[in-house]
Design a binder for this molecule. Structure first.
Ligand SMILES: *Cc1c(COP(=O)(O)O)cnc(C)c1O
Length: 461
């Protein structure tokens, strides 16, 4: 098997294992990436030509694989199996304590996954039918699904093209007397502009639920993201920087709120609701984390800090290199973002600086050089799942035609539309290797720019 195929399979493996499911990366864009010399394009024989046209790829070795695990995970799981204590207990409690202390949060509640953490937060804050919730359009669908499942109306606020985050300055004008929550997403592991978000939230008395599902250990002005809103939600799904296959957590400093979250995620049963106490005051669901997930997480957490530092150092180096390339604009960070978790390394691609080479063709050529990358999200605020939800009997019973038409009217995110055509993503695992890997990535982009006219010609031939 050629190294190229290993690389591609690794990429697809990572993506299919969760990256694509979770972050929406599109394996199809890569499917035709590895090709021999094209019979259409000019057949290059020079070894330094683009790999897509028969040249030598910049890189043949795969990027680091994911997950990383060793005897620590094996021992923890084996002990748990032998103990026979498989229901939410010691391991979940140990994880909650460790994650709270790692993030500086007062309380941590483990959940089945990140989506459950969002649903539980919304439910505990009483958000439901008729309410409006502010969300960004540049996010994984779970952020919005959680809102729709509560039969609340997601209100999209456009993206800041430079940072890929919600344009926080546009939140205030989207607020109405029906707005019951603001859900900023720390997309890619960078931070949304929390100063602006928290300021408008305070002034207008609307709770903030941070979607920090991609932002483990990221910081805003030295404090961990996920600890600044009323709740912060995390995911430990397989593609995420802290991984137990599936998993989630809620952080909060609010004692009453964490109890409300606990009851909701535990089928209405509070911490003291033990044994044969079967009296219930509110509804709930079973969104609990298992002992198996928690055992994995406690072991995985021993590597999180070192992995995060490696990603940060590599990303900083990569940004220095990519900034020098005309037409490549790495995602900017807000000044308050003192630490970026780099779940994704994101930049914008300007095809005009690459002889008009379309992004899809650029991605294909990049993959042929041994650098798997994706074009990221499509415009979520235009996806058909929204109208599908609105046409359901539940939504039809709650929302008038007039209200839904007004929603349609103001559902415009031109910045995000543009972002979705220009974005390029590298996954977090690509930042876990040696610094030389970053030189390869930037080298491949430079190489494609050099040969852009030829590639552009070949892509239209
Ligand atoms: C992964 C993710 C979620 C959902 O987490 P799951 O654990 O997959 O349920 C929510 N929001 C964002 C931004 C995510 O990336």
């Amino acid at each position: 098997m050629s190294a190229k195929r290993v690389t591609r399979r690794k990429f697809l493996g990572t993506v299919v294992a969760g990256g694509a499911v979770a972050t929406g990366a599109r394996p199809r864009a890569q499917a035709g990436a590895v090709q021999g010399p094209s019979s259409h394009g000019p057949a290059l024989t020079a070894s330094n030509g683009p790999a897509l046209l028969g040249g030598t790829p910049v890189r043949r070795s795969p990027f680091p694989s994911w997950p990383v695990a060793d005897a620590r995970e094996e021992r923890a799981l084996a002990e748990l199996v032998r103990s026979g204590k498989w229901f939410r207990g010691q391991n979940v409690a140990a994880f909650e304590t460790a994650y709270a202390s790692l993030t500086g949060a007062k309380h941590c509640l483990a959940t089945a996954n990140g989506t459950s953490a969002l649903i539980t937060s919304l439910a505990a804050l009483g958000i439901g039918p008729g309410d409006e919730v502010i969300v960004p359009p540049y996010t994984f669908i779970a952020t919005v699904n959680a809102v729709l499942l509560m039969h609340a109306l997601p209100v999209f606020v456009d993206s800041d093209v430079e940072t890929f985050q919600i344009d926080a300055r546009k939140i205030e004008r989207a607020l109405t007397d029906k707005t019951r929550a603001i859900v900023p997403v720390h997309l890619g592991g960078s931070a949304a502009d929390l100063d602006v978000v928290l300021d408008v939230a305070r002034r207008r008395n609307v709770p903030v639920i941070e979607d920090a599902c991609q932002a483990h250990l990221a910081e805003w002005k030295g404090r961990k993201v996920g600890t600044l809103g009323r709740t912060g939600c995390f995911s430990f799904q397989a593609s995420k920087n802290l991984n137990s296959g599936e998993g989630g957590a809620i952080l909060t400093s609010d004692e009453e709120l964490v109890e409300a979250c606990y009851r909701f995620h535990n089928n209405s049963r509070g911490r003291r609701n033990t044994g044969a106490d079967f009296s219930y005051r509110r509804t709930g669901a079973n969104l609990r984390m298992t002992e198996f997930q928690a055992a994995l997480l406690v072991a995985q957490m021993t590597r999180l800090e070192a992995q995060s530092s490696t990603r940060e150092e590599n990303a900083a180096h990569l940004t220095r290199l990519l900034r020098e390339i005309p037409g490549i604009a790495p995602a900017r960070m807000y000044e308050g973002c003192t630490r970026n978790a780099y779940h994704l390394y994101m930049f914008r691609y300007d095809s005009a600086r690459f002889a008009g080479l379309p992004r899809a063709a650029f991605l294909k050529a990049l993959a042929a050089e041994g650098i798997p990358a994706s074009g990221g999200y499509s415009p979520l605020n235009k996806e058909p799942f929204l109208e599908d939800a609105f046409s359901s009997r539940g939504f039809q019973a709650i929302y008038s035609k007039q209200r839904l038409d007004a929603w349609r009217e103001q559902n415009q995110c031109p910045g995000n539309d543009r972002l979705c055509t220009e974005a390029v993503w590298l996954t977090q695992t690509m930042l876990l290797g040696p610094r030389q890997d970053m030189d390869d990535i930037a080298g491949a982009v430079r190489k494609l720019q050099t040969h852009a006219p030829l590639l552009a010609k070949a892509s239209t031939a």
